[in-house]
Design a protein around this ligand. Structure first.
Ligand code: PEP
Ligand code: MG
Length: 922
């Protein structure tokens, strides 16, 4: 076979641009570096050809052609069709066959292929080029009439569904009816005559449903299929997929036209899908399925149960050996696990696709570590191969073992994507979305999924299918989006009509709770309790995160309010506490009563104390208020000191940032409306206590409490809060140190907008600290700093830094006040709609907004100008979000602080921020 493909750059073209890249006969015009233009599939086919692998000849129409097609309002660019005809001709020469030639027909598959793999965005159309004449050529050449008619009916079915938009069920019903009429159990039991009749029926269906005759001219078929692939780029399921995966909508898809090879030419033919390593566990074994005498879609759709790939070793040893060798070659070449599609035509192996394999979180981690050990990739590359979401998934819940032992099992299928999912059963994707929108958790149950179900899969807790194997759509997509999935649960009879499913005499209906274990393939009745996945049991993840620790510049601290949380965060690798919200301790058990007791008299007592300080004598009421207040605060002080000691011990040797009280006081009192209703309903019978409580709540009521008396403002109005908390912290330090501990405390003042707020609070706090030191007869070391969470604080950071040894960015409040969006209300109201409508690119409470990041950068620069050794961190929710962490790296923060559970994710994200950011370029 000789090549007619010309080297890249040389190809003549009638269109204004070069839109076509061909391959065949060992030469390709493209290569793997051209994914943008050729899409992943096209680049892979070219690269495999260049590597000398057996790839059927073909050509790629570029993504640029797709974009130009849309730019021209759905018209092929001028001249493109002539270039396509030329490319078809080249393939004819390479194969020695003719497109539309009845004697020796060239048949092709037409496949979409974007830069990023989008499973099932647009199914492949196989056998294109068939019509009643070429069909006879095919039959004559193969000597197999049944094969010919089967290929033809498949073509009409696929083309009809994908290109002409006929509903798939229409063909399925006709096929089922034909099988029933002929007493055929499988598709393969239908003979040539039955298939011929079916082809006629299929054509009639197309005419009936579309009003158009099924096209018989191969060139018309190619034209329509090419346009259908382009159009699929903006189809609903492709859009949903890209939105979910954050893939840009302007990349476009390429179209690959590939010479057909037939896996259904008898028992020496076959087709399959395989991964070079197990995509569930990462284990280094060939993993996949194949079918003899079948075409590709049979494997993916799970129509026949496909044997495991290693069975091929016995059935076709030579082909198997070649396939293993090619798999290894491709893995070494791409330095990553590959997902391969292949076909064997009469004993000859053809490679149809190679791409980086989608994998579970567990597999991603194992594969990355193994590839480093095998010397294929560096540690830095390994870090970039793992998505932060993978780390998150590995720490996802599992079912509680005891509950699972006692649970009623409904059925067992394939463990397609690990993790535990609990939800109410729903039987279609739209219902899944509806139910989730109203706050339900659901498990999506389908006979099998298709790309049309993607929106339901994306919102479901887990996915359960009755058909399809480990490489089915459900399995591949679930793994990728990190949802637990049990696939191919054959015991399960799913009835969409009655919205029920039954297996082993157990039925469940829409709305019933079920539990799905994607790690074992089991499905249980009811909602089983789950337990967290143990980080301690995941040495490979720990190994990778240790590498991340060597790379990252920023430290990772945690937001923890209790010793148990601190201890857990430490196991996860936290290097300090970046935010201990002291008021969280106020709500525990009996404490709330004590806190309320103090708050109810706080204002009166504070005023009375001021009078006393000015030399006035207090009347009985004032004196009583002071006594009540002081007694409650004293109790609180003892309790808080205990809390702090626990935290200092848990974080021994590591810094602990303790923030003084922040929320408005009314948060600790009963709700105004409820108290009003209580007193009003009771009428004259209302107790004095309830009336006083109502009056106090009313007196403290604010229209905008988030912008009201909270943070440092509260401490300045009721200084005892600052004093008591300072004493509790410092005495806690002294106590822990006395028992041999190494506590390191940093006291942080929230919500500072004006430097005077900080200096006044500092004066108050220092006076108290001196008193504690005098009483204890020791010097106590602590560091004093502030949060930057009010825009004015950021704008005047140079002044503020004069009084603060550290800044911690409270980006929850900073976002709220920069946008002017109430953080309590916006996400329940307009904000998510804003994101949906594209008014905002992301939810700024989840991912740090650039303008907010800009304010932070300014505060960093100003703060450091005043105090070069100023320590800088973030403790808002953004501290655990990978994209925001990358921004913190660029801003130059010293650490991020996030909830304990997100510490491992943050460790990886902080390393990736270095590897992709300016640090790396230095
Ligand atoms: C913040 O505002 O970002 C912050 C950490 O404080 P809080 O969420 O407690 O207001
Ligand atoms: Mg705040």
């Amino acid at each position: 076979m000789t090549s007619t493909a010309t080297p890249a750059g040389d190809r003549a073209h009638s269109a204004a641009k070069r839109y076509i890249y061909g391959w065949g006969g060992g030469v390709a015009e493209g290569d793997s570096s051209m994914r943008d233009l050729l899409g992943g599939k096209g680049a892979g086919l070219a690269e495999m050809t260049n590597a000398g692998l057996p790839v059927p000849p073909g050509f790629t129409i570029t993504t640029e052609a797709c974009n130009d097609y849309f730019a021209a309002g759905g018209q092929l660019p001028e001249g493109l069709w002539a270039d396509v005809l030329e490319a078809v001709h080249e393939v004819e020469v390479l194969t020695g066959k003719g497109f539309g030639n009845a004697a020796d027909p060239l048949l092709v598959s037409v496949r979409s292929g974007a830069k990023f793999s989008m499973p099932g965005m647009m199914d492949t159309v196989l056998n294109l080029g068939l019509n009643e004449e070429t069909l006879h050529g095919l039959v004559a050449l193969t000597g197999n009439e049944r094969f010919g008619w089967d290929a033809y009916r498949r073509f009409i079915q696929m083309f009809g569904r994908i290109v002409m938009d006929v509903k798939g069920e229409r063909f399925d019903h006709a096929l089922d009816a034909a099988k029933a009429a002929h007493g055929a159990a499988q598709d393969t039991d239908l003979d040539a005559a039955a298939l011929k009749a079916l082809a006629g029926e299929f054509k009639a269906i197309v005419l009936e449903d579309t009003g158009r005759a099924f096209p018989s001219d191969p060139l018309d078929q190619l034209d329509l299929a090419t346009k259908a692939v382009f159009a699929s780029w903006f189809g609903k399921r492709a859009m949903d997929y890209r939105n979910n995966q954050k893939i840009a909508h302007d990349l476009g898809t390429a179209v690959n036209v590939v010479t057909m090879v037939f896996g259904n030419m008898g028992d020496d033919s076959g087709t399959g899908v395989a991964f070079t390593r197990d995509p569930n566990t990462g284990e280094k074994v060939l993993y996949g399925e194949y079918l003899t005498n079948a075409q590709g879609e049979d494997v993916v759709a799970g129509i026949r149960t496909a044997p495991k790939i290693n069975q091929m070793q016995t059935e076709m040893p030579a082909v198997y050996a070649e396939f293993v060798r090619i798999g290894e070659q491709l893995e070494r070449h791409y330095r990553d696990v590959q997902d391969l599609e292949f076909t064997i035509e009469r004993g000859k192996l053809y490679m149809l696709q190679t791409r980086s394999a989608k994998r579970t979180a567990a597999a991603a981690v194992k594969i990355a570590a193994d590839l480093v050990d095998e010397g294929l990739i560096t540690r830095d590359e390994a870090l970039m191969r793992i998505e932060p979401a993978h780390v998150d998934q590995l720490l996802r819940d599992q079912f509680d073992p005891t509950a699972r032992g006692a649970a009623v099992r409904i059925a067992k299928g394939l463990n397609a994507s690990p993790g535990a999912a609990v939800g109410r059963a729903v039987f279609d994707a739209d219902t899944a979305v509806e139910w989730v929108d109203r706050g339900e958790r659901v498990v999506l149950v389908r006979v099998e999924t298709s790309p049309d179900d993607f929106h339901g899969m994306a919102v479901a807790q887990g996915i359960l299918t009755a058909r399809g194997g480990a490489t089915s759509h459900a399995a591949v997509v679930a793994r990728q989006i990190g949802k637990p999935c049990v696939a191919g649960c054959h015991e399960l009879a799913v009835d969409y009509r009655t919205k029920t499913a039954t297996a082993n005499d157990i039925s469940f209906a829409e709305g019933d709770w079920i539990s799905v274990d994607g790690s074992t393939g089991e499905v249980f009745v009811g909602a089983l309790p789950t337990v967290s996945a143990r980080f301690e049991d995941q040495p490979e993840l720990q190994r990778i995160l240790d590498w991340a620790d060597e790379v990252r510049r920023m430290e990772v601290w945690t937001n923890a309010d209790k010793p148990e949380e601190a201890a857990m965060a430490r196991i996860y690798g936290a290097q300090g506490i970046g935010l201990c919200r002291t008021e969280h301790m106020f709500r525990e058990g009996e404490r709330l009563e004590i806190v309320r007791g103090a708050i109810l008299v706080a204002n009166v007592a504070t005023r009375a104390k001021a009078k006393r300080a000015a030399g006035e004598t207090l009347d009985a009421d004032d004196a009583e208020a002071v006594a009540t207040f002081d007694s409650a605060m004293a109790k609180l002080e003892v309790l808080q000191q205990g809390d702090f000691e626990g935290i200092f011990r848990a974080m021994d040797g590591l810094p602990v940032v303790i923030r003084l009280i922040d929320p408005p006081l009314h948060e600790f009192l009963p709700n105004l409306e409820e108290q009003l209703v209580k007193v009003t309903l009771a009428g004259d019978a209302a107790s004095e206590e309830d009336r006083v409580l109502l009056a106090t709540i009313k007196s403290m009521h604010e229209q905008n409490p988030m912008l009201g008396l909270r943070g440092c403002r509260l401490g300045l109005m009721i200084p005892d809060f600052v004093k008591v908390q300072t004493r509790a912290i410092l005495n806690g330090l002294i106590a822990v140190k006395a028992t041999g501990g190494h506590p390191k405390a940093k006291i942080m003042i929230p919500l500072v907008g004006h430097v005077n707020e900080l200096s006044a609070t500092k004066a108050l706090l220092e006076a108290e600290a001196k008193a504690v030191e005098a009483a204890a007869g020791v010097e106590v070391e602590y560091v004093f700093g502030t949060m930057i969470e009010v825009p004015r604080g950021a704008l005047t950071a140079d002044e503020i830094a004069k009084h603060a040894a550290f800044f911690s960015f409270g980006t929850n409040d900073l976002t709220q006040m920069t946008f002017g969006y109430s953080r309590d209300d916006a996400e329940g109201g307009f904000l998510l709609k804003y994101v949906e409508d594209g008014i905002l690119p992301v939810n700024p409470f989840q991912t740090l907004d650039d303008a907010v990041a800009g304010l932070m950068k300014m505060a960093v620069d100003k703060g450091r100008a005043t105090r070069p050794d100023l320590e800088l961190g973030i403790c808002g929710e953004h501290g655990g979000d990978p994209e925001s962490i990358a921004k913190c790296e660029r801003i130059g923060l010293d650490y991020v602080s996030c909830s304990p559970f997100r510490v491992p994710v943050a460790r990886l994200a902080a390393a990736q921020a270095v590897l992709t950011g300016p640090e790396r370029d230095k």
